[in-house]
Design a protein. Structure first.
Length: 379
């Protein structure tokens, strides 16, 4: 099955009870047993729920993986991955990443004795200096949030495999429409399904997909034992969102290209961070591992001035000033004070998250309205 068919049918079957074409929302916590242990495959909804299972099968299908898992948020999905580790283990992570992931790693798991190294991975060989016998996981975001750095997944995967280390890729910005990390050698793909997979800014959810059965079993155990699952109504909504992922992404990419080019040619703009530009340092890697460049763009204005950035985001009308990304509507954010506020200033500035940085999630509205909105705000 090709991707555009998988988003609609992948892993799905018609409802066994009445043949419902869309998966019913099984709003139930528990399932009748005829005698203890005899049931129809479901006992309790933290462990399994038919609506959530339909979604988990869809996650696996669109990432070209075997096993999908759904969680109550993207961070809950990341949390489950880190719970594979033990005190004394070490993780090498991209230094540019979602502020909440950084906070989870440094403010919670560091205290449990797990050591994190945050490094630039634009050149994958940088990783080797941080690998030792305790290294158990490489955590990669690509494109990174918010600097749009591109990490070579195949190159990182070969370092991971040579050293017997798990490679997890946060694929939130790219989506499986643009990039399929399992095909490039990753062991775990993670999503904040809150973003493009849900696609409508109405559900908070996380996803994992893996190929290895033992790894899947460990993660299913953690999912059930820790219990950070999502509900059936939310599962239904994200499953519905996925059915239009391909057509939404096509428009996100078209509009993203137009907005990136508009910004690059605007006299008030200093830097535009978007992997579709030939001048992007890892454009060739982006071209080889992604099928297009997406709708996430960050930029700074000339003069690198905090007040200007705040004025611009306040003046936008069609773009809403808000956290999050990946919905049909365009959003603008100020990473230093919003999504990346939990990263100390000197840490975030090392990766380019300066006070004048603005991040756009370009939606699927009419491109003329988006450009006109940016034009008036910049002027
Ligand atoms: O918000 P949640 O569903 O828990 O997902 C966390 C997360 C993980 N990974 C990436 C790359 C993310 O961007 C996020 C959430 N990000 C935002 C809310 C944001 O505005 O960047």
């Amino acid at each position: 099955m090709k991707f555009n068919t998988k988003v609609i049918h992948g892993g799905q079957e018609h409802d066994k009870a009445y043949g419902a074409v869309m998966p019913p929302i099984y709003q139930t916590t528990t399932y009748a047993q005829t005698t203890p242990g005899r049931h129809k495959g479901y006992e309790y909804s933290r462990t399994h729920n038919p609506t959530r299972n339909a979604l988990e099968n869809a996650f696996a299908s669109i990432e070209n993986g075997k096993f999908g898992l759904a969680f109550g948020s993207g961070l809950a999905a990341i949390d489950a991955v880190i719970k594979l580790l033990k005190p004394g283990d070490e993780v090498v992570s991209t230094n540019d990443l979602y502020g909440g992931s950084f906070r989870l790693f440094t403010k919670i798991y560091q205290d449990f004795g797990i050591k994190f190294h945050f490094i630039g991975m634009q050149n994958a060989s940088n990783i080797e200096a941080y690998v030792n016998k305790n290294t158990k996981l490489i955590w990669v975001e690509t494109p990174t949030n918010p600097m749009m750095n591109i990490i070579d997944i195949k190159a990182v995967s070969s370092i991971a495999k040579n050293n017997n280390i798990l490679l997890a890729v946060d694929n939130t910005f790219a989506t499986p429409y643009l990039q399929q990390p399992l095909n490039l050698g990753a062991d775990i793909v993670m999503h904040s399904a809150t973003k493009y997979l849900g696609g409508h800014s109405d559900v908070v959810m996380g996803a994992l997909t893996v190929n290895d059965k033992d790894l899947a079993d460990k993660l299913y155990f953690i999912q059930n034992a820790s219990g950070a699952i999502c509900g059936p109504q939310d599962s239904f909504l994200v499953l519905r969102g996925i059915k239009t992922l391909h057509v939404r992404m096509q428009r996100h990419c078209e509009n993203g290209t137009a907005v990136a080019e508009f910004l690059a040619n605007h006299p008030k703009i200093e830097n535009v961070y978007w992997p579709g530009f030939k001048s992007h340092p890892n454009h060739e890697i982006a071209k080889s591992q992604m099928s297009d460049f997406g709708g996430m763009i960050s930029f700074t204005t000339k003069g690198n001035n905090y007040e200007d950035a705040i004025k611009i985001v306040e003046k936008l009308n069609v773009f809403t000033l808000a956290e999050s990304l990946g919905g049909v509507e365009s959003l603008a954010g100020h990473p230093a004070s919003m999504t990346h506020g939990s990263i100390p200033k000197e840490e975030r500035e090392k990766t380019g998250v300066v006070d004048s940085l603005i991040r756009l999630s370009v939606g699927i509205e009419d491109i003329d309205d988006l450009i006109a909105d940016l034009e008036q705000a910049l002027n």
